[in-house]
Design a protein around this ligand. Structure first.
Ligand code: URA
Length: 210
């Protein structure tokens, strides 16, 4: 598994505002979108392309275009939905599938409550959007789901991650083609399963739930 932690002052600046408890939901949503677009640039570094010949007004030349089958973007509901616009801005030709995972707040175990994905993901590159990699439960379950359908490789984009979550995913996906692209790697998880210092509940902050 490859792990890429963003190292860019613009990303750190936006993350700092995102973490601030005084940041309102509209600003939080806007910043999440911007951050995902920046992270998507790194996450799509290995997107499959094929050569094409085109004519410029001057001559013909060889360029590339994104290969078929189209990449699949999978936001994990609910908070991953706040990352979708930022992702498709950079990858407008991607297909979008949905996976609803909820965390049982007592056991911290993930359950699937919604799924809208192609049956066959053979040869598909998948980009999973999940803002908070905490225990790794829901992201791990989502990856398992996609690999069972034949996904060729999976890149997950997370705004923040805890070392515990990264370790859990690494153990689970051993031997598979997985990349994590993280806005930041935080210190730890607390006893309630929140990332520290983190930003609180990403879904609540995106959608203004009290
Ligand atoms: N999910 C969140 O939204 N925040 C955390 O800190 C952990 C999981």
């Amino acid at each position: 598994m490859r792990v890429h932690v963003a190292d860019h002052p613009l990303i750190t600046h936006k993350l700092t505002v995102l973490r601030d408890e005084r940041t309102s939901s509209p600003v939080f949503r806007q910043l999440t979108e911007e951050l995902v677009t920046l992270l998507a640039y790194e996450a799509t570094r290995n997107v499959a392309v094929e050569q094409v010949e085109i004519r410029t007004p001057v001559t013909t030349t060889i360029g590339v275009r994104i290969s078929e089958p189209r990449p699949l973007v999978v936001p994990i509901l609910r908070a991953g939905l706040g990352m979708l616009e930022g992702m498709v801005k950079l990858l407008p030709s991607a297909e979008v599938g949905f996976l609803g995972m909820a965390r049982n707040e007592e056991t911290l175990e993930p359950t699937t409550y919604a799924e809208r994905l192609p049956e066959d993901l053979s040869d598909r590159q998948c980009f999973v959007l999940d803002p908070m990699l905490a225990t790794g439960g829901s992201l791990g379950a989502a990856m398992e789901f996609l690999f069972r359908r034949g996904a060729r490789d999976i890149t997950a984009i997370c705004i923040l991650a805890a070392p515990e979550g990264v370790a859990a995913i690494e153990k689970q996906v051993e031997g598979r083609d997985v990349t994590l692209v993280l806005g930041a790697l935080d210190e730890r998880l607390n006893e309630k399963g929140y990332i520290v210092p983190g930003l609180g509940d990403a879904g609540d902050r995106l959608y203004g739930t009290v």
